[in-house]
Design a protein around this ligand. Sequence first.
Ligand SMILES: NC(=O)C1=CN([C@@H]2O[C@H](COP(=O)(O)OP(=O)(O)OC[C@H]3O[C@@H](n4cnc5c(N)ncnc54)[C@H](OP(=O)(O)O)[C@@H]3O)[C@@H](O)[C@H]2O)[C@@H](O)CC1
Ligand SMILES: [K+]
Length: 500
Amino acid sequence: MKLLSATQIRQWDEFTIKNEPIVSLELMERAANACTRWLLQNTLAGTYYIFCGKGNNGGDGLAIARLLYNAGRAIKVFILESDAKGSDDYISNFRILHHLSAIPIYQVRSEKDLPVIPEECILIDALFGTGLNRGLTGLAAQLIDHLNNAGAPVISIDIPSGLFCDQSSRGHSIIRARHTLTFQVLKMAFLIAENAVFFGQVHLIDINLHPSYPDLVDTPFYIINQSMARRIYRPRTAFAHKGNFGHALIIAGAYGKTGAAILSTRACLRTGAGLVTAHVPDRSVSILQTAAPEAMVFPDPEADHIATLGYTPELFSATGIGPGIGTGVKTKFFLRGLLEHEALKLVLDADALNIIAGSPGLLNHLPPGSILTPHPREFSRLFGEQDNDFKKMEIAISKSMELNVIIILKGHHTLVALPDGTGFFNITGNAGMAKGGSGDVLTGMLTGLLAQGYSSKEAAIMGVFLHGLAGDLAAGARGMEAMTATDIIENIGSAFQQLL
Ligand SMILES: NC(=O)C1=CN([C@@H]2O[C@H](COP(=O)(O)OP(=O)(O)OC[C@H]3O[C@@H](n4cnc5c(N)ncnc54)[C@H](OP(=O)(O)O)[C@@H]3O)[C@@H](O)[C@H]2O)[C@@H](O)CC1
Ligand SMILES: [K+]
């Protein structure tokens, strides 16, 4: 699914107005009706304090005020005054509301107009929407601070006021909403970790924008959804045998971190690889074979570390390396040697990335199409600190293009950055996965998919989707606190079934 920019979303409104066709005031009424339905179903406040700007977001707020009033709710409306005359649809809605003399309308012209806010009310934030074109200052910023400090819950219309759709909002005054009722589609701002404190729970409000528009525009950004993963998935045929599904190699687990090797190996097995071999230090062999009897093992001659490439890595269909291997000298030499094999299909994670970060020259030796799976700290070690998460995303994409690799920047909404300059956001997964071992599981899954012949792009996109979905199923069964990485593995099968 395409992830549209603020400009494209505005153009989608215009496209709908022209091609449905519908007059813009009616489209606003449709949007306000959908929000009001949600508010009536989900909230009950003594009074709704509705704060409106003078653009179309404010127009939405005024229409919502009227509809809530008609439904019998108590309303107070506050207009953030400015020199702007107001958008046409704002003016139309203001006139309609003005005629309903029972609804009190207050103008906020200076600090002394900031109202006292009782705790039992609900604040509706319709100050600024996707038309925000600069950071808020002056009275607008004061009002935002006032609302954030009020203690009453805030529900933002379309986007929390002050938050930019597709650039960093760091350092600006922004509403902290408990809920955001956003029109039609997710905005990029909701997928970026640094914004998490602002939007609360996001609810998509369908306003029936014209379905043809997204097909007509290009965007470098996508959201990974079930239908995208389903298009990639190739169910096993009845006549298949284990030779059809490749032989995966997992190189993981210095002694003391054998668990990382077990998690990756078991996840790889559960993802469908025909054969899996785990290369682990000698002392870890019996632990691994007990925990994952379906896997074969290559014991490293070293007791505690990965050090020896005692096989031809090209014989494996795909290789995952990194979980728990440590960054010891012998392991560094091992990785350096492995990267000399240019034809490998590689997944690099954890300490493999830390080793590369310590010898950046190695970045230029990654086989084309390799998948790197850094979490934010590993990403910073590899590519430097960035001021904000949008910059981080840009760097992920530019490095992916420069190095011809896939970078999976892990987070609540993991980003898959591809060498063609596109970025795919994953929306499965939950905070219960923010635990040791979840990344090891992802490495095993990606390696398993590559081994079965999925391309790096297919494996990355479907892999992160399935990983998050398995995590969601695990959270549903165990709860976010109690679930473990093993529970994610146990739910990989059910996640696949949702792609059938
Ligand atoms: N189009 C449609 O049919 C539909 C649209 N819908 C709704 O429209 C919203 C987008 O509306 P919008 O484009 O009017 O922009 P919006 O965010 O209300 O405000 C822009 C105003 O703010 C001003 N301004 C900007 N930055 C500022 C700042 N830092 N400090 C101070 N002022 C600032 C800017 O004025 P400027 O000073 O730049 O001239 C302008 O006057 C969208 O989020 C959704 O809610 C829905 O109803 C569905 C149908
Ligand atoms: K808003």
